[in-house]
Ligand binder design. Structure first.
Ligand code: GLU
Length: 448
């Protein structure tokens, strides 16, 4: 069964970049009838916060991306400990004692000599006595994963195609700090195995992590003597950038709250992010099934995906025009029923604007300022008004015959008198909602 996961660290709110990653993992799972899991990467006890965990869940719920299961790394430490011991016994992790300053100095020297700043594996050369001496001094080691340099690391990336890394060009990653706490790399690989993750879809900033983790998967399987798949399928999507083409700070802090405040519908955000950076056009598709149906990793491009607020607003408007009454009922002004919603919906950019248009029905409306001739005309309209099936059609047909007016001259003074505005919802739909008495009063008032 296809199993994907979204693995945010609860050190902040979700932003548009990781919302997109979550969405694509959700779609990949749904498309294949699989599972979409939420994994809270909270091994960093100092920076992780419970309110962010709650916010992540709430944001996913708002987006309609509810997970089929949830795991928290802070509750899985025993699993990492066991994996670590296996790898240590197999000689795949080793203790190192360099301080941050020493490592920094090594890097500077390498860079000064024009060499890549790869860890020199000095700690691998330590003897048992050297290590005992460090321990006696009370210096606790941090731990590195020993990469196997024998063969290039290869995988077929779902977005980037065939990938090849020379492990000798990578540093043996630090997987555990001297205080025993975990860095991201190993727990993630342990969890992907344990949670049965079949597809890892994430940003291209993780490509070199994947090279390292592929060796971890192999080493973990070897240590446990499991006959499972060697590693999940990997796909790395191009990053999201602002319209200017730069990785903007603004995008990094643009989250669901900001969209909600701007009355952006989750469906709009989802429709945009589903297609951004793919060869498929961005379309205002409100039905999830349709989006899921069209999801296809092979359409993902390698160029950065450009996020444009104006495009989001256009998609949002087009989505609002499709939303059924039941979907928005709880957010509409008091008394506004399905007729009201359908009457104003085509004029809205956001659902929140429904209130503004609903005031046309409930009043009071702005007094119409009409020329004498138009005042006489709306006075005539007040007389001509007859309430039936389609009062607007009946009224304008009558007035057309009796006054010879047409087009703007026929309609605009009536609209101004009846709604207080020069533009707005279709009069045929809104007049029955205004009602006979109010319509008569408003025409009479505008006639002066
Ligand atoms: N917590 C990691 C991150 O947010 C997860 C990366 C992954 O998907 O493996 O970058």
């Amino acid at each position: 069964m296809v199993t994907t996961r979204f693995a945010p660290s609860p050190t902040g709110r979700l932003h548009v970049g990781n919302i997109r990653t979550a969405l694509h993992n959700w779609m990949l799972a749904r498309k294949n009838g699989g599972r979409f899991l939420l994994r809270i990467d909270d091994t960093d006890a100092e920076r992780s916060r419970e309110d962010y965990v709650d916010a992540i869940r709430a944001d996913l719920a708002w987006l309609g991306l509810e997970p089929d299961g949830e795991e928290r790394q802070s509750q899985r430490l025993a699993l990492y400990e066991a994996a670590f011991e296996n790898l240590r016994d197999a000689g795949r992790v080793y203790p190192a004692y360099e301080t941050a300053q020493e490592l920094e100095l090594k890097r500077k020297i390498q860079l000064g000599r024009g060499l890549p700043p790869i860890y020199d594996r000095a700690a691998l050369a330590l003897t048992d006595e050297d290590r005992a001496a460090k321990d006696a001094e009370g210096i606790a080691p941090h731990w590195r994963f020993r990469l196997d340099h024998d063969e290039p690391i290869r995988w077929e990336d779902g977005v980037r195609g065939p990938q090849k890394f020379d492990p000798a060009q990578l540093s043996d990653p630090v997987i555990r700090r001297a205080d025993g706490s975990w860095l991201y790399m190993l727990p993630s690989a342990v969890d992907d195995i344990d949670m049965g993750v079949t597809h890892v879809l994430r940003g291209e900033d993780h490509v070199s992590n994947t090279a390292v983790q592929i060796q971890m998967f192999t080493a973990l399987h070897a240590a446990q003597e499991t006959a499972a798949e060697p590693h999940p399928d990997f796909a790395h999507e191009a990053l999201l950038v602002g319209r200017e083409g730069k990785l903007s700070k603004r995008l990094g802090s643009l989250g669901c709250d900001a969209f909600r405040e701007r009355d952006i519908e989750p469906e709009a955000l989802v429709a945009l992010l589903a297609r951004l950076g793919t060869s498929m056009p961005v379309e205002p598709i409100a039905e999830r099934e349709k989006l899921v149906e069209s999801f296809d990793l092979s359409t993902f491009g390698r160029a950065p995906a450009k996020f444009d607020d104006a495009e989001l607003e256009r998609v949002n408007t087009a989505i609002v025009h499709q939303l059924p009454f039941e979907h928005v009922a709880g957010r509409l002004p008091d008394g506004m029923g399905e007729d009201g919603w359908l009457a104003v919906r085509p004029n809205l950019e956001t659902v929140a604007q429904a209130g503004e248009y609903w005031a046309i029905v409930t009043g009071p409306i702005a007094p119409a300022e009409l020329e004498a001739e138009d005042r006489a005309y709306v006075g005539e309209a007040a007389q001509a008004l007859e309430w039936g099936e389609d009062p607007w059609q009946a009224l304008t047909t009558r007035l057309k015959d009796s006054t010879g007016r047409k087009g703007k001259a026929l309609f605009l003074p009536l609209r101004l008198a009846l709604t207080g505005r020069a533009s707005g919802p279709d009069m045929g739909a809104i007049l029955p909602l205004i009602g006979e008495d109010a319509a008569r009063e408003r025409l009479a008032a505008a006639a002066g």
